[in-house]
Design a binder for this molecule. Structure first.
Ligand code: ADP
Ligand code: MG
Length: 504
């Protein structure tokens, strides 16, 4: 099914140090907020931007005696995500308590799945260039609760806490250290986000913090990574540092680069990289230590006694599998195979599920290439220019389809179609009615065209003589006829008649 793709070996970013070349090794832990109306263990709303502390159930606030009740929908969303990453689904998983103190964590622990995650090994096919892809292995996906938010900048003397986020379901998606360059890391996050948006399991809004990544970076000499892949032995790799909480593709790439250079300088100087958690400061363009392994929390993980192990049935997983939508890679392959689109165009049209749906509505029952051309060049081009997107598009798929139908029927030329597009954009309306009421319909009435051709020929005897010597000059007559008919004469018919008449 993916035979339209060629899979490439990783192309590691190589950085030349003072003493030799170094390669990058990167593994990502992506935290994706589960798209769900209610939280993981309570019925409180997950609505973004609500009045602080208005979406807090007693259990989210850790009131004494309150017990968590698992939200089946969130579990289904994690399973759906796992299936979308071609991953193993674990029919038995379990929740653990990760204990730590923080003001925005009233329970004093986060419920997570350390030992028995719900999703096991899978993969993400990362698009590197049109038609060229790489596989990044997924180690696991587990479900966990999000924490609340501390607000330190509203008052000089006090901090505030907003518990609306507390208990919202997250999926932590852990990759193997298979990513080899900053660009690949960004492409990986883009693809993961795209898949989850198709699945409807995470809306992937990075500004709202619905998708954040912890980025693990290490460096190694050329050849070392291949030894790790051969043996599975991590000791061939360098010591990694983890850069926490990245929520922009640009910063992810910058942070990887500066962190790798920092590590190279340390190692070449005879030092050792210390495994630690770091933060990226985009203003200074550097990563800073947040906590080292020695001062790492002892989370005192233990199975949550309030929650039974989570057992799901294969039949339930099968039901979810049966309701899976077509995923981006499959959709893209279909566009290339069945509609004859280029790999590049298919990539543009499938990048976002809303765009892909819109395009499919336009292409339905019409020429795929022509539909792609209008959607990408005219519509997306214009939307982009005006800072709009497909949801705010003034032109609907029905209207655009209508324009294409009129071209196909020969009612309008490509040039008039662009004028019609402009009218639809600014005034709206029905394409067929507009060309009727504004007299934009192409004249295919051969009698009318012939009359116009005859008139031009009669009025320009000198040109006729010249054109008889040099057939290339026939173009001038075609131009004159089109002008005389206000661009509405069918160009093919005009061409034919002009050559015929000049030949007489
Ligand atoms: P921990 O549980 O301590 O966070 P994990 O084994 O879960 O450790 O690894 C966390 C992330 O770090 C994973 O995404 C993994 O791929 C990545 N990782 C592990 N070793 C390395 C390394 N040497 N260089 C870069 N990334 C690594
Ligand atoms: Mg981890």
């Amino acid at each position: 099914m993916l035979d339209h793709l060629s899979f490439t070996a990783p192309e590691p970013k190589t950085i030349a140090g003072a003493k030799g070349d170094w390669e990058l090794v990167i593994g990502l832990e992506v935290h994706a907020q589960v798209a769900s109306k209610a939280k993981l263990f309570s019925g409180a709303s997950t609505e973004f931007g609500a009045e602080p502390n208005s979406n807090v159930a007693f259990v989210d606030a850790a009131m004494p005696g309150m017990l968590p009740v698992i939200n089946e929908f969130c579990v289904a969303q994690a399973v759906r995500t796992g299936l979308g990453l071609k991953a193993a689904i674990n029919l038995r998983s379990a929740f653990d308590r990760k204990n730590y103190f923080y003001p925005d964590l009233p329970q004093g622990y986060q419920i997570s799945q350390l030992y028995h995650p719900i999703v096991g090994e899978g993969e993400v096919i990362v698009d590197m260039a049109p038609g060229v892809a790489r596989r990044v292995r997924i180690e696991r996906i587990h479900i966990e609760q999000d924490a609340g938010k501390s607000i330190h900048d509203m008052d000089p003397n006090m901090s505030f806490v907003d518990l609306n986020r507390t208990g919202v379901a997250l999926m932590e998606i852990v990759s193997r250290p298979d990513i080899r360059s900053p660009e690949e890391a960004a492409a990986y996050v883009v693809k993961l986000r795209q898949i989850m948006r198709y699945l409807g399991t995470c809306d992937g809004n990075m500004q709202n913090g619905n998708l954040r990544a912890d980025v693990n970076v290490s460096i190694c000499p050329p050849g070392a990574y291949e030894k790790y892949i051969e043996t599975g032995d991590f000791s061939h790799l360098g010591t990694r540092c983890e850069i926490k909480n990245m929520n922009s593709m640009r910063f992810i790439q910058q942070a990887i680069d500066v962190e790798a250079r920092r590590q190279i300088a340390i190692v070449e100087d005879g030092g050792k990289v210390v495994q630690e958690t770091r933060l990226y400061d985009p203003d200074k363009g550097e990563t800073r230590s947040m906590r080292s392994k020695e001062e790492a929390h002892d989370y005192r993980y233990f199975p949550d006694p309030d929650l039974l192990p989570l057992e799901i049935k294969q039949a339930w997983v099968d039901d979810i599998a049966a309701s899976m939508p077509e995923l981006p890679d499959e959709k893209k392959a279909r566009f290339v195979r069945d509609m004859g689109l280029s790999e590049y165009d298919a990539g543009v049209l499938t990048a976002d599920v809303e765009n892909a749906n819109f395009f499919e509505e336009v292409a339905q029952g019409r020429d795929g290439k022509q539909a792609a051309n209008w959607v990408i060049n005219e519509l997306f081009g214009r939307l982009n220019k005006e800072g709009l997107n497909i949801e705010t598009s003034p032109i609907s798929s029905g209207q655009l389809g209508g324009v294409i139908d009129l071209i196909a029927k020969g009612d309008i030329s490509g040039k008039i179609a662009k004028d019609l597009f402009e009218i639809l954009w600014t005034e709206g309306g029905d394409p067929a009615q507009i060309i009727e009421s504004r007299g934009m319909k192409q004249v295919t009435d051969l009698g009318a065209i012939e009359k116009a051709v005859d008139e031009i020929i009669a009025a320009n005897p000198g040109q006729v003589e010249k054109a008889k010597q040099n057939p290339k000059l026939a173009g001038w007559f075609v131009g004159q006829v089109l002008k005389a008919t206000g661009g509405k004469a069918n160009p093919a018919a005009v061409n034919e008649l002009v050559s015929k008449k000049l030949g007489e």
